[in-house]
Design a protein around this ligand. Sequence first.
Ligand code: KG4
Ligand code: ZN
Length: 338
Amino acid sequence: MRDCYILGIESSCDDTAAAVINNGEVVSNVVATQQIHEEYGGVVPELASRAHQQNIVPVVHQALRKANIDKKDLKAIAFTRGPGLMGSLLVGTSFAKSLAMGLDVPLIDVNHMQAHILAHFIKTDEQRRPNFPFIALTISGGHTQIVKVTDYFEMEVIGETLDDAVGEAFDKSAKILGLPYPGGPLVDKYAQKGNPKAYPFTKPKVGPLDFSFSGLKTAVLYFVERETQKDPDFVKNNLEDICASIQYTIVDYLMDKLKNAVKQTGITEIAIGGGVSANSGIRQALRDAEARLGWTTYIPKFEYCTDNAAMIAIVGELKYKAKLFADQDIVATARLKM
Ligand code: KG4
Ligand code: ZN
């Protein structure tokens, strides 16, 4: 097959990323994660934008160097148009436009949420691919959606969060427990040694395919305040059980919604994506669902779950082959719909 190098650029939140893909295979995948937000306990948009400005040129250079190609070898430039933080998106969008214009190659806009789903089509050694139609559950710090995927570019959001994203539920609960940002992976770590039934938290009631996580955060806060009044060392002495109980509630809630989606659509091919896909509880629950419910489940390699540019590049390639190009007057769109 002839080489067809496509550069993907991702700058929607706090990761500056660039990747090169060639006929479905990732030849380089570079991510500069911004550490600056750690001390603030969450992403600070203005600081994210500034860090993208510093990172973007070196990150793209590194992606080209690792791919062992020259910029003149690129067939197209794909970039994240949205959704995301405006100041962050602007950096990647402007850079991609200039580079495409300078090299006189097509510019391709990518929807970040579609990219999380189409990351399943990046070629890897062991990977099975979801068959259309499938249900995608995208779970991260910025999004929580259930999407019915009929084809590469035929997607319908059938459920989503009405307030916080699931990753925020993990991170905000972790913050209440005094854990550093982002707390999701730490909640997961402690949960593995705890009793998931130690402290029951109620699952918020919304539509069958929608989510709400703001109530859970408040429930955790009141619970911790109440128990700490009785025992100042409550969190320290029961951290594993608290984390296990929070994680159990969240995972059970996600699985309830997936079951509703399967019931409503009759589709049992389930693909997940987004940073929270790393969670051991959701992974185990999906494996159990394969055995008990006859679902077929797909989890991408971890580096393609969290925010990355390889997923932008694969969408770029699919759009390049379909000749779906953007004009130079395209604008970054913070609340871009599917
Ligand atoms: O996709 P991602 O890297 O960035 C976006 O938010 O788009 O997702 C990051 C989120 C954070 O909220 C982080 O706490 C969560 O994913 N996360 C986890 C785990 N690993 C990452 N949450 C629970 N368990 C994990 N193992
Ligand atoms: Zn994302």
